[in-house]
Design a protein around this ligand. Structure first.
Ligand code: RUQ
Ligand code: CUA
Length: 702
């Protein structure tokens, strides 16, 4: 028998002891806590854990074989989801350049779903319903198909400043659009395009009751898609912020009640809405208050230098109730058909004030009680904290230090600043927990900083006011971060996700293009530390921001409420074919197909039309069982639908390619799924035989 070396013995012994310690996390208290959470998410109870010495030995062996240390075992215990058990939170993440939204379970980090928003997506049948798919039509900008988005900031709808789980909004930075997702069926219902600007950034953010969805801009431009050269920058370029009115009953943005505010051509960055103490206000950071226009060719500094010269930029402080009143009083002017409150009006009505903020800051985040605005320095190692009370007082007392070039009053910095906390290099974004801590991402340090709030905040951390408490390194270059319900009036703490931009050596190499890395941090169970407990590669785009909602707040439908439901209108459709309605009818060259789909059968099984016919095809999915989804595709015609239980759908196309086309179900729905098919026969013009090249075309499309 080979003797284990003394070091190996020692390691094993240490591990055993430590594993014993690890098992302490299965103490009755911890279990009770887990149970409480589990009950909340409506899943089955687990029995208290008792580990036999044999199992402990096995666990230790696995740990040793796989070179896992005790922290790894603990991390596994905190994140592993037994089959059938549900996650406690859902993380709604921007999908970056993929143009979509991703839903990820927390703490397991399992991808639950992608939600198509700005990019056609075939599994969901998003944009693949015939020639004039309304989704593709809604994605056009000035008549040009723009079928991708750079999704940035998802915003869950709120009631009284807390996520209500009803809707989700997401901004498209590249094209200044907003998507509206209904969280009953997790389906994008609306895409609106900003008529003033091509691109944006600070979108979406909601006011505390989701009266408005706010879309902040970024790069100065000539509003209304105008034209001007950089020589005219100060005169012709402007920034903007748009207040999109949300009609909750309709589940749509009401463009007719929406309006925008003209801002100086500083580059407005992130924004956040006030709540509770600061309800009625919102805040936007800015950089490039230098109004640099680049142009190295002509001897000017490049953008990155020119836009970083000044020590101070401007926090935009906006009284949106006053803005709304001014809009309702008819004080807006139309630009490209869209109402815009001009800068002069903003100044006159006291809608816009500035506060100095150091040095090209990035994120602004309002504390849970709404009393403080946290501005993260980016090029300054501090977060600067402003108090709404001080701001209101300074405005009332007209404590201005100056006016900017456009006549906007600048509040005195010392009058509005509450505190500055030095955190480290590259502070970007801040989230909050339920214990009086704030968490700020440090891009250059590649770390998450935990620090204590102070002043009059309701929850106080024991470390005292405004103190850096600790930092956890992340890999690498964290942008946004997201704590559980971490930007609401009642954050949960528990978990935090670091949206790390570089993954370098964290995963297997996937070619020169590497995935991003979502890292999960435990910010409660570990007590005073906040270890990284999971790394999750995101290989679909560069997600920017996410929000984490308690899963039990979502009231997601399991199937559509009635058979024949039109998800685009969120109502039962009078057009939905019922059992017995099936068939093909014609009026001139217009053909109407009425079809039903149920396991494992499409009715009718043959559809005969003439080449050149315009076909309206209606399908009702007769299913009422959860997960009994069918697909419906016609190869060669770019048609693929997802027919979810109860769903009614309609599409239109011109049958301009003769031939015999099998259509079939694209979801493996039953044992006879392959038999769930039929034929579309497109009779060639003049009733000639199908020409050989078209026959090839049909063959190639199978
Ligand atoms: S931001 S770069 Cu949300 Cu940090 Cu877009
Ligand atoms: Cu229906 Cu496969």
């Amino acid at each position: 028998m080979r003797m284990a070396s003394p070091t190996r013995y020692r390691t094993m012994w240490t591990l055993l002891l430590a594993a014993g310690a690890a098992l302490a996390c299965f103490s009755p208290d911890a279990i009770a806590q887990q149970e409480g959470r589990r009950r909340r998410s409506g899943t089955q109870e687990a029995k208290p854990v008792e580990i036999t010495p044999e199992q402990l030995a096995q666990l230790t062996k696995i740990a040793n074989d796989r070179k896992l240390n005790v922290d790894d075992l603990l991390a596994a215990a905190k994140t592993f989801m037994p089959s059938g058990r549900h996650d406690e939170y859902v993380l709604f993440s921007s999908g970056g350049q993929s143009g979509q939204v991703f839903a990820i379970g927390i703490p397991s980090m399992r991808l639950l779903r992608s939600i198509a928003v700005f990019t056609p997506e075939s599994w969901q049948g998003y944009g693949f319903a015939g020639d004039k798919d309304p989704i593709r039509e809604s994605l056009k900008i000035n008549g040009k198909p723009v079928e991708w988005g750079d999704t940035h900031h998802p915003a869950l709808s709120e009631t009284k400043g807390d996520y209500d789980g009803e809707f989700l909004f997401i901004g498209d930075k590249a094209n200044a659009r907003l998507g509206v997702i209904d969280l009953r069926d997790w389906d994008c219902k609306q895409v609106v395009k900003n008529p003033l600007t091509i691109s944006d950034h600070g979108a979406a953010f909601v006011t505390p009751n989701t009266d408005y969805v706010i879309e902040g801009g970024q790069y100065g431009t000539v509003l209304g898609y105008g034209y001007a050269l950089p020589e005219d920058y100060k005169k012709s370029y402007r920034g903007m912020v748009t207040m999109w009115k949300f009609d909750r009953a309709k589940g749509r943005i009401d463009e007719s009640q929406s309006f925008a505010l003209e801002l100086p051509p500083y580059w407005q960055d992130l924004a956040d809405a006030g709540k509770l103490a600061s309800d009625g206000w919102f805040f936007i950071n800015s950089f490039n208050t230098e109004m640099a226009t680049g142009g190295v060719e002509k001897g000017s500094p490049p953008f990155e230098a020119g836009a970083s010269k000044r020590d101070m930029d401007y926090l935009h402080i906006i009284d949106w109730k006053k803005a709304e009143a001014a809009f309702k009083a008819g004080k807006a002017e139309k630009v490209n058909g869209f109402p815009l409150l001009k800068l002069a009006t903003l100044v006159e009505e006291g809608i816009l004030h500035f506060a100095p903020e150091p040095k090209s800051p990035h994120g602004v985040d309002v504390t849970p009680d709404g009393k403080y605005m946290v501005v993260a320095g980016k090029l300054d190692p501090h977060v600067t904290v402003y108090s709404i009370e001080r701001i209101k007082k300074a405005i009332a007392e007209k404590k201005f230090s100056s006016k900017d070039e456009y006549g906007v009053p600048v509040l005195d910095f010392d009058a509005v600043r509450e505190a500055q906390v030095e955190l480290g290099l590259g502070p970007l974004h801040t989230q909050f927990d339920d214990k009086g801590y704030a968490y700020t991402s440090l891009f250059l340090d590649s770390a998450v900083a935990r620090w204590s709030l102070g002043g009059e905040t309701a929850k106080k951390a024991p470390e005292g006011d405004w103190k850096l408490v600790q930092k956890t390194p992340v890999q690498y270059n964290i942008g946004h971060l997201c704590a559980a319900e971490g930007d609401t009036v009642s954050p949960d703490g528990n978990f935090l996700v670091s949206m790390s931009k570089w993954s370098v050596d964290r995963f297997l190499t996937t070619g020169p293009l590497l995935p991003q890395n979502f890292q999960l941090l435990d910010i409660v169970q570990s007590g005073t530390t906040m270890p990284v407990i999971y790394d999750s590669p995101i290989g679909v785009g560069e997600p920017h921001y996410c929000q984490m909602i308690r899963a039990d707040k979502l009231k997601t439908w399991k199937v559509y409420p009635e058979v024949g439901w039109d998800p685009h209108k969120q109502m039962l459709s009078p057009d939905a074919p019922k059992k017995g309605d099936e068939g093909v009818t014609r009026e001139g060259n217009k053909v109407l197909v009425k079809m039903t789909a149920v396991r494992s059968h499409f009715k009718p099984e043959h559809v005969e039309v003439n080449e050149g016919d315009v076909i309206t095809w209606r399908i009702t999915a007769m299913e009422t069982a959860q997960d009994a989804t069918h697909g419906f595709c016609i190869g060669g015609y770019n048609v693929n639908l997802s027919l979810e239980p109860g769903e009614y759908t309609e599409f239109t196309f011109t049958a301009d390619r003769a031939g015999t086309y099998p259509y079939y179900c694209t979801e493996f729905c039953s044992a006879l799924h392959l038999e769930m098919m039929g034929y579309l026969h497109v009779k060639p013009k003049g009733n000639a035989a199908v020409p050989a090249k078209d026959a090839d075309h049909v063959a190639a499309s199978k």
